[in-house]
Design a protein around this ligand. Structure first.
Ligand SMILES: [Zn+2]
Length: 198
């Protein structure tokens, strides 16, 4: 959707690495989640979401104003997206109808309104509401889950790594969240297995 190439993440072990979720709807999953993912929860207040959006690939800068209701809607949409993406990555197409409805409901809201300024600069009608941002996320998800990109939704192949991404590489052979993290660990492990006496 934009030229952004990812976000800097820090693992629970403290390693910092760059991760490209490939598309906006999967990038939102980096803000946390339910169950085991709650260890990474970043969205405790509406301001937390407003602060996160400028770092995302949404391209909305700091124009988004989020209400408490919109934060709650974000957490619901995010949980649905998490289940849909994990299902897709497992190769199944047995999506929950309720999760698909959650996407449609968010997508039905009007998205941010593009504007052009006097110096021909492109921007957004301000303020952008949290619901408009969610519409953007949900419309992105409809495109991903309703088209050929669905086969490119993957979970990192690393042990205990739960990161989900859209593989946008031309050959479509991306296996890892990041070569600097799980890709490298896999390489080291394969090398060790080949030379057990090290
Ligand atoms: Zn990984």
């Amino acid at each position: 959707m934009t030229l952004a190439t990812g976000m800097r993440l820090v693992g629970l072990d403290g390693q910092s690495f760059r991760f490209d979720a490939g598309t906006l709807c999967l990038e939102l999953l980096l803000t946390g989640g339910e169950g085991e993912l709650s260890k990474w929860e970043r969205l405790h207040t509406p301001g937390d979401l407003a602060d996160w959006i400028p770092n995302s690939r949404a391209g909305l800068g700091d124009l988004v104003q989020v209400s408490a209701g919109e934060l709650a809607a974000t957490l619901r949409l995010r949980a649905a997206l998490q289940r849909l993406a994990a299902t897709a990555a497992s190769g199944s197409r047995a999506f929950s109808a309720a999760d698909l409805s959650a996407l449609n409901e968010a997508a039905a809201a009007p998205p941010p309104v593009p504007v052009i300024g006097p110096a021909l600069e492109r921007g957004w009608a301000s303020p952008v509401t949290g619901a408009q941002f969610l519409s953007m996320v949900a419309r992105d998800a409809v495109e991903v889950f309703g088209g050929p990109a669905l086969d490119r939704v993957r979970m990192c192949g690393g042990e205990r790594c739960l990161l989900l991404f859209l593989d946008t590489s031309r050959p479509g052979a991306r296996r890892w969240c990041s070569m600097d993290r799980c890709g490298n660990r896999h390489k080291l492990r394969t090398r060790r297995d080949r030379h057990p006496a090290g």
